[in-house]
Design a protein around this ligand. Structure first.
Ligand SMILES: Nc1ncnc2c1ncn2[C@@H]1O[C@H](COP(=O)(O)OP(=O)(O)OP(=O)(O)O)[C@@H](O)[C@H]1O
Length: 251
């Protein structure tokens, strides 16, 4: 397994936010993290990326406990694109993406061709090459989101965690981004609200409710009318679709 978590608990004061979560992800697959607002998706992603320490439980990357991996090694292999990621400094788009190379660079070595190639590829993957010299401040919300994702891709991570990456994106870029993530071949965990997108692009799903895992499996196993009613309090029908099925929500 690429990423494995056992019995993770994370609390703030007396409130348990991530409640005994275990999961395992096969290398190169995409896990969709679903759940209502406040169910603990972002908190779980921060634990998995090593930004927060669980109160109890263990996370391993290819068998190594992340608590034993140095900050730098972790930064070289794990990328997290958070929601509302802010970059206030006025920089050119290209310079924001170049920040993704920081964990790979040593103070003695200069900027290498490998660094340039990673930045060029990342900009191209999110369709932002034409914006490379544009000021960050002048970008729209969706364009900023794509630049943040490019910065994560420039990092050339082995594990990629994305917190609602399609927020702010128009439908073309939502689909383009999810297609890209599915094709990258990285081990990825993506928090999503669009259940149809989760079904279309994720290999496996994990549903959280009140910090607890309530379902895991393939999209067809997890997304049932019963589960959607129980967790999201919505009524729906399922229609066959070339990619499997499509969820039709009732008014
Ligand atoms: N640092 C913190 N201090 C206090 N409460 C927190 C903290 N971080 C998260 N929470 C609480 O934990 C719960 C889960 O939050 P989290 O952001 O992980 O949920 P989420 O599933 O990502 O939600 P959303 O879909 O709305 O983004 C929320 O009730 C939130 O208020």
């Amino acid at each position: 397994m690429s990423i494995q978590a056992e019995n993770l608990i994370w609390r703030v004061g007396r409130k348990t936010i991530v409640d005994n979560v275990s999961l395992s992800i096969k290398p190169g697959t995409v896990l969709g993290l679903l759940g209502p607002n406040g169910s603990g998706k972002s908190s779980l992603l921060r634990l998995l990326a090593g930004l927060r320490r669980p109160a109890t439980g263990r996370i391993t990357l290819e068998g190594r406990d992340i608590a034993s991996i140095s900050r730098r090694d972790l930064a070289q292999r794990v990328a997290l694109v958070q929601q509302h990621a802010a970059t206030e400094i006025n920089m050119a788009v290209e310079d924001v993406v170049r920040l993704g190379r920081t964990p790979h660079r040593s103070p003695l070595a200069g900027w290498t061709q490998l660094d340039s190639h990673a930045v060029d590829t990342a900009l191209q993957q999110v369709g932002m090459t034409d914006f490379r010299h544009v000021s960050w401040q002048s970008l729209s919300g969706g364009e900023r989101q794509r630049v943040h994702i490019a910065r994560a891709l420039a990092q050339q991570p082995r594990e990629l965690f994305l917190d609602e990456p399609t927020n702010h994106l128009d439908i073309q870029h939502q689909l383009g981004l999810l297609r890209l993530i599915a094709r990258l071949g990285l081990t990825s965990i993506v928090a999503l609200h669009d259940l149809n997108h989760a079904a279309m692009f994720c290999d496996y799903l994990l549903v959280l409710n009140h910090g607890k895992v309530v379902a895991t499996g393939t999209p067809a196993e997890v997304l049932t009318p019963e589960l959607l009613k129980q967790v999201f309090q919505v009524e729906c029908d399922f229609a066959p679709h070339e990619d499997g099925f499509h969820i039709l929500f009732k008014k």
